[in-house]
Structure formats: structure tokens, C-alpha cells
Design a protein around this ligand. Sequence first.
Ligand SMILES: Cc1cc2nc3c(=O)[nH]c(=O)nc-3n(C[C@H](O)[C@H](O)[C@H](O)COP(=O)(O)O)c2cc1C
Length: 212
Amino acid sequence: MTIDLNALRREFTSNGISREQMNVSPFIQFEHWMKQATEADLTLPNAMSIATSCSDEVSIRTVLLKSFDDQGFVFFTNYNSKKSQQIKQNPNAALLFPWLDLERQVKISGRVEKISTLDSIKYFSSRPKDSQLGAWASSQSDSISSRQVLLAQFEAMKNKFKKGEVPLPDFWGGYRVVPHSIEFWQGRENRLHDRFVYLKQGKDWVIERLAP
Ligand SMILES: Cc1cc2nc3c(=O)[nH]c(=O)nc-3n(C[C@H](O)[C@H](O)[C@H](O)COP(=O)(O)O)c2cc1C
């Protein structure tokens, strides 16, 4: 290997975060950090990794956070995809926002549930028509023999839904990750980073500082 990965060291220098600065609500705290990530002009600050698993495999991929509130964090996908198959077997999942330019990350663990069909329809109908057709055309995670197959499928869907609105596919929609733990990580000097985790206890959230 000709790349010296050991040379890629970075000293974190941010001012850090204190217990007093953390909002009592992890959702308000998240909103605050998401706002700063958006204002910092990061590439897709709403891109998050989602890890899912079944009994003999863990897998991870990027999806886009489309909304959040105190119920949880919502993304959209194909309900037959690999992630969806795993969620069916094990609804526990983890999310990661790697906001590296801000020397921050947010880690979320929770249980995944489907959002209502009505809410999926609302989001689906707000998408550009070509994205809607793309959802219809792709049997996400399946093996396909060539890109031509995908393009032909896209054309077929374009033709099928030539007139009027493109309906929500019954194999596509939103999931909500309902969190039981949300951790805010801020890089600091000498690898003595700040970490605060919010843990759900009954209806309340308790905040703990974690060793870096
Ligand atoms: C920046 C970025 C955003 C993505 N957003 C989504 C998304 O919101 N929903 C989705 O299903 N796939 C999204 N993808 C594609 C997924 O990473 C992945 O290829 C797909 O969901 C299949 O995952 P699976 O086969 O493990 O289920 C995105 C990929 C990238 C790189």
C-alpha cells in the first residue's frame, strides 16, 4: 500500500461542549446541531449511515434523513430491500451522522417502525416525477444482469404512468427510527473528546458524559 494512513492524523481543537449547554431534549439538541451542520455548508448534512442486522450478518449503508421530531428520525426506502428484510427480522438499528468538518458525530440507537401509508404518500408525491419512476423501476438490493435492464424498467414505468400522478408503490415508504439512545460527540484536543449520551428512562431522558 502506497498511502500512509498513519500520516492522516488530525488534532481536534474545537471548544467542546459542556453538560450545561446540552438541551434537556435530545431532539432540540439534535435540531441545534443539524442547523449548524446545514449552515456550515457540509455536503448532505442529512446523510446518515444506518446499520441493521439479522442473526448472522450486520450491514450498513447511507440514507437521507427526511424529517425528525420527538417521535424519531424518518427516512424512505424500498420495503423489500436488504435493510428492510433485516429490519423485519430485527427492528433494532443504529444511525450515524459523521459531521467531520465540524469535528462532530451523532450516534442514535433505536427501534425501527414503518410510518403511516398516508405519510409515505405525502412524501412520495412531493418527489420529482423521475425519482418516483426510479422507485418503481428499482427492485432495490436484487441482483440484476445489466444497467440496460434497469433503464428498460425505467422506460416501462414511464410509459405505464404516462398520464396523471405516479402512485406510491406498495413496496416503498418511510421508516421511523424511534431512539432509546442519542449520543453527541465533539472532538477535542489530545483525544480527550466530549461525549454526552441521552438515555431514555421511562418518559424521561437522562444525560451522561462518556469517556472518549
Ligand atoms: C448520499 C446517499 C444517499 C442515499 N439515500 C438513500 C435513501 O434515502 N434511501 C435509500 O433507500 N437509499 C439511499 N441511498 C442508497 C443506499 O445507500 C443503498 O444503496 C440502498 O438503500 C440499498 O441498501 P440495502 O441493499 O442495504 O438495503 C443513498 C446513498 C447515498 C450515497
